[in-house]
Design a protein around this ligand. Structure first.
Ligand code: HEM
Length: 493
């Protein structure tokens, strides 16, 4: 046998051995290199998964499910996978350690922008954190939320709040839907920052009702969110309804946009966001998209926080008394100014305590896994929806003493801030997707709240006692429409 034949025999036998070993190697790979499992969660039913388990207050139900399944759990909603983080440690993993991968946005099919050009120019609904999204955040920060921009709008915010006070004063003794009026004020603060004009009226319906309607449609789950294959069928007709509602919102500033495009020099006494957008040659569609998103993200969140703060103050007269006392000592008889806010620690603590118990976005906005990743020893597959249940974290007895009581004092000697670094307390989120409007929210909410508490006495109508305002989360919104929470403001003499 010559050496060539021996070499050929050896290679042939190595090949045969390798072939025989292959199944074993594959089995070993399967056993040892198997990706970690999905996060634990309730058993999913065939086809519907866990859809029926969420109910009408998903954050409340998810909080109780997390007690059974742990701080990182997964549920199936139709064909979609939902992952929920419910502890500060899990929130830190999602919003800091894996922020790059998990900062995609999951957008409901009824809200999703079909035009790819607009999708690239979206802020809250941008599916990825693209350069366009970064640029948009930078423009909004520079023009609206930076220290300089915030200072340039102080007088505007104070004026709008005084208009609310003047209107309320004309209603002495009457039953008033105060929170509708607060919503009007917040919308007008925003619309003046965008266009230097009011878009809402205390007496008439208009923009605010269209925004309610659009928000309601956006929050209503759509079957194609759970079964994307049904997307083209538009079973609820919700896309048509959202399009109508959005069309009516856009119509409220269409004329202004046209006018301002024609003007060479806008002539407004202070710069607004529209001026910045026109300078960088944004088209109408692009401007509409961003302003729409800023309205939807900024108006309801601030109003709900004020509404809950007032509700908690009525429920807790001692806290109301202490807050009034602080306001009287620091402000005296004059109207509240933004320059007073840094000197009102108890007011700031009341706002923080309200955001702990009643975060207006209890699950943040839905994030999306842009790639498959491993978190806390579990796999989160690409395109899963990822939520952080800050409502559950705000009421967790492992994190807070006596978590259900409204005790602003807990924030007085504490260094806890809502700026996205303390993961037990993130009402504005954290990481790349943190709320860009935090600076504005953190000024307009205490300004309006302090004004309402300082200038008015709050009492309930005779036929309602404080037990009746023992509301469940999100019921406030329902109350507003079906059985509005009517508080009687009495102007203090
Ligand atoms: C009390 C007031 C507010 C609270 C509690 C709040 C809270 C939040 C939260 C929790 C998020 C989602 C963060 C995430 O998904 O991780 C968010 C996003 C957002 N907020 Fe706010 N917000 C408030 C006021 C405002 C205001 C006044 C504006 C602007 C006018 C605003 C504009 C936005 C936008 C555009 C986003 C989407 C950001 C993105 O996806 O990149 N918010 N906010």
């Amino acid at each position: 046998m010559d050496s060539d034949t021996v070499t050929a025999d050896i290679s042939l036998s190595s090949f045969v051995y390798a072939l025989l070993l292959l199944p074993f190697l594959l089995i070993l790979k399967h056993i040892f290199l198997k990706p970690p499992p999905l996060p634990p969660g309730p058993y999913p039913w065939p086809i519907i998964g866990n859809l029926l388990q969420l109910g009408k207050n998903p954050h409340v139900k998810l909080a109780s499910l997390a007690k059974l399944h742990g701080p990182l759990m997964s549920l199936r909603l139709g064909t979609q996978l939902m992952v929920v983080a419910s502890s500060p440690a899990a929130a830190l993993e999602v919003l800091k350690t894996h922020d790059r991968t998990l900062s995609g946005r999951y957008v409901s099919s009824s809200l999703s922008v079909k035009d790819p050009k607009l999708n690239h120019l979206s802020l809250a609904f941008a599916k990825e954190c693209t350069n366009n999204w970064k640029n948009l955040r930078t423009i909004c920060r520079t023009e609206m939320f930076s220290g300089k921009a915030m200072e340039s709008h102080v007088e505007l915010r104070e004026r709008k709040v005084m208009e609310l006070v003047e209107f309320l004063a004309t209603k002495e003794g009457e039953v008033v839907k105060v929170m509708d009026l607060v919503f009007t004020t917040i919308c007008n603060i925003l619309s003046n920052t965008f266009f230097s004009m009011d878009l809402c009226d205390f007496e008439r319906e208009g923009l605010k009702d269209f925004i309610y309607r659009a928000a309601e449609l956006g929050a209503t789950p759509n079957l194609s969110d759970f079964y994307p294959i049904l997307d083209g069928l538009n079973l609820h007709g919700s896309k048509k309804k959202s399009k109508e509602a959005l069309g009516r919102i856009l119509a409220t500033w269409e004329g202004t946009l046209k006018e301002r495009r024609k003007q060479k020099n806008p002539g407004s006494s202070h710069r607004d966001l529209l001026e910045a957008f026109l300078e960088i040659r944004f088209e109408d569609d692009q401007i509409n998209q961003v302003i729409l998103e800023l309205f939807s993200a900024g108006a309801d969140t601030s109003t709900l926080t004020i509404e809950w703060a007032i509700t908690q103050l009525i429920r807790n007269p001692d806290v109301m008394y202490k807050l009034r006392d602080e306001l009287t000592k620091i402000i005296g008889e004059s109207p509240v100014r933004e320059s007073h806010l840094p000197h009102l620690p108890y007011l700031q603590a009341c706002v923080k305590e309200t955001l702990r118990l009643h975060p207006p976005a209890p699950l943040l906005l839905p994030h999306r896994a842009m790639e498959t990743c491993q978190v806390m020893g579990y796999t989160i597959p690409k395109d899963s929806q990822v939520f952080v249940n800050i409502w559950a974290m705000g009421r967790d007895p492992k994190v807070w003493d006596d978590p259900l009581s409204f005790t602003p004092e807990r924030f007085l000697d504490s260094k806890l801030e809502f700026k996205g670094n303390d993961f037990e307390y993130i009402p504005f989120g954290a990481g790349r997707r943190i709320c860009p409007g935090m600076a504005l929210g953190a000024r307009q909410v205490p300004l309006v709240l302090a004004t309402l508490v300082h200038l008015f006495d709050w009492s309930l109508p005779d036929n309602m006692d404080s037990a009746q305002i023992d509301m469940e989360e999100w019921l406030v919104i329902t109350l507003r429409k079906e059985n509005p929470l009517r508080l009687v403001p009495k102007v203090r003499k």
